[in-house]
Design a protein around this ligand. Sequence first.
Ligand code: SD4
Length: 333
Amino acid sequence: MKRRNFIKKASVTGLGLVAVSSAFTSCDETLEKKEASIVTSKPTTPLVIATWDTPLAVETAAKVLQNGGSALDAVEQGCRIEEANEEGQSVGKGGLPDREGDVTLDACIMNDKGDYGAVLGVKNIMHVISVARKVMEDTPHVMLVAEGAEKFAVSNGFKRENLLTAAAKKAWEAWKIKSEYKPIINIENHDTIGMLAIDKNGNISGACTTSGLAYKMAGRVGDSPIIGGGLFVDNEIGGASATGLGEEVLKTVGSFLIVELMRQGKSPQEACEIAIGRIVNKPGKDFKNFQVGYIAVNKQGETGAYSIHEWFSYNLFKDGDNKNIKSDYFNKV
Ligand code: SD4
């Protein structure tokens, strides 16, 4: 039986979930015994894949690649589009604030050498993806948080500005009336952008940027800026990125898991499905009210995507075409 059909069938009963869980365990054990397969054939390039309905961001990244730019420049430029898009409620300007009304941004970037840079909980700076790149390239560190990150950004010429738009402020004020101090994770609507690109030299880079969960506790950080959580790239194997409830992604180190599964010979699609399985098959896990979605690409330019619930989509630029594609998903009952 094909893995996806097996997952579908097994998911309709509690017993099935146990079966899936043990199947994953034994599958992982077998995989670990396999030798790492490092792919050498050249992918079709340029290629860009990004979470959600992000056509302009992907087109921008693709143009960078078509003009001979690097995958790193492509993912940075692509993510900047969403950071500047005030309509997007979970990234950059226009992002929904924490429960105290502050918009705080998280971002990270990884290049094809395995270098990583991130900023966490940054206020007042729109293009945090570019600050993350500066951390990676111009400091001996990999992460800067809050005021330190903001100071670093300003000292590097980034402009301080108010990120709380009138629409986001209005939504926050409405939420406060009956907040019960619960963060919101709507399974249908997100726009955190995770992006992976392959350039003409076959090199892979990735980036991820978000304002995190709407009305999160002040100081809360999710998966998006954490290496191996919201993003992981290994230029010999491929890359992966996540969106959705960051706590669940972090607990399973989702993006790292996907890249390691691809290293062991799984396709990007299979790897994304196994990573979602790791979340939903935890004993007693109630996944009804939260979403997680993954995208992945391997060194050959094969892509994959999978989510817990319906409504996850991704934009893929491949063979000159930029398409929004609905992801397959786990919860079909
Ligand atoms: C987080 N993963 O902070 C992010 C949220 C997200 O679209 O993806 N929203 O947990």
